[in-house]
Design a protein around this ligand. Structure first.
Ligand code: GUN
Length: 283
């Protein structure tokens, strides 16, 4: 039976480490501030934004909250981002996605200063990750690396298969695993013989966006399985992209949903906010 990878516990550890760092900074007269912008009132986004603000409060990071109406124009949003880019007291800027349809997501992401891009979505952040330069890393894949390292999963030399190639998870995940010296295969919707490939994985990272898609027939005996998905099933219960009950019988370690990858995203956002101080000092 697979070992459970406890994301709730590990995310709490990381948040507590951040809290200590913030307290040290405070003693040196340095405070950290995250600006969180939400356009419109998508209920799921509101939940995420509130959780981010709560995490800031827990850790001792100041948060500035901008709740803008759905009708906000792209120009108005860009003007706010520029104002926050210029503000010395603001260390991190986060625009909750998705933005309303009349606003171009790419333009918004590109407008955030790479020095304040705590989501790690800016092309400069992604490029820095690609060539091994300092910069912010997208929170969910960064959190997965922490989960693996803190449960003593060896990455170097292992075959890692990633299912999914999104800009936020799949692509940065592949780059991070490569940085950790894994041999990496990225699969996606056009991949042929998916099962044959996933069955070769020592570490299988599933971000396919389909409930319970991966069952034990996709998994090699003893593989480590990381489930990035989060869905609500017919009974209103949460489940992932992995059929947990099936895969736990064959994997050596597995993340549950909830309580696996999910809590890591906010913990890593907090870590990025803390790290922003030293990144901003390097000029
Ligand atoms: N929407 C869903 N996930 C995220 C995230 O990690 N950051 C932002 N800004 N928006 C999101």
């Amino acid at each position: 039976m697979a070992e459970l990878i406890d994301g709730k516990m590990i995310s709490t550890l990381i948040k507590d480490e951040c809290k200590e760092k913030v307290a040290e900074y405070k003693k040196q007269g340095i405070s950290i501030c995250l600006a969180v912008i939400q356009v419109g009132n998508d209920p799921a986004s509101s939940v995420y934004v509130n959780n981010k603000k709560k995490a800031c409060a827990y850790i001792g990071i100041d948060s500035l909250s901008y709740e803008l109406p759905e009708e906000t124009t792209q120009e108005e949003l860009l003007a706010l981002i520029e104002e926050l880019n210029q503000k010395k007291e603001v260390n991190g800027i986060l625009v909750q996605l998705p933005v309303p349809k009349h606003i171009d997501e790419k333009t918004i992401i590109n407008a955030i200063s790479p020095k304040k891009d705590v989501d790690g979505f800016h092309p400069q952040s992604v490029g820095s990750l690609c060539i091994g330069q300092p910069g912010f890393v997208s929170c969910t894949p960064a959190g997965i690396i922490e989960l693996l390292k803190r449960t003593n999963v060896d990455i170097s030399g292992k075959h890692c298969v990633v299912i999914g190639r999104s800009n936020i998870v799949g692509k940065p995940m592949a780059l991070l695993m490569l940085r950790e010296n894994a041999t990496v295969t990225v699969t996606h919707s056009k991949t042929k013989n998916l099962k044959e490939i996933t069955k070769q994985a020592d570490i299988l990272i599933v971000a396919i966006g389909k409930p319970k898609f991966v069952n034990s027939s996709y998994v090699k005996d003893g593989a480590v399985v990381i489930d990035v998905g989060i869905h609500r099933n017919e009974d209103n219960k949460l489940c992932g992209d992995v059929d947990f009950e099936s895969v736990k019988t064959i994997a050596s370690a597995i993340t549950p949903v909830p309580g696996g990858v999910g809590p890591m995203t906010i913990a890593m956002l907090m870590k990025n906010c803390v790290d922003s101080v030293s990144l901003q000092q390097e000029n």
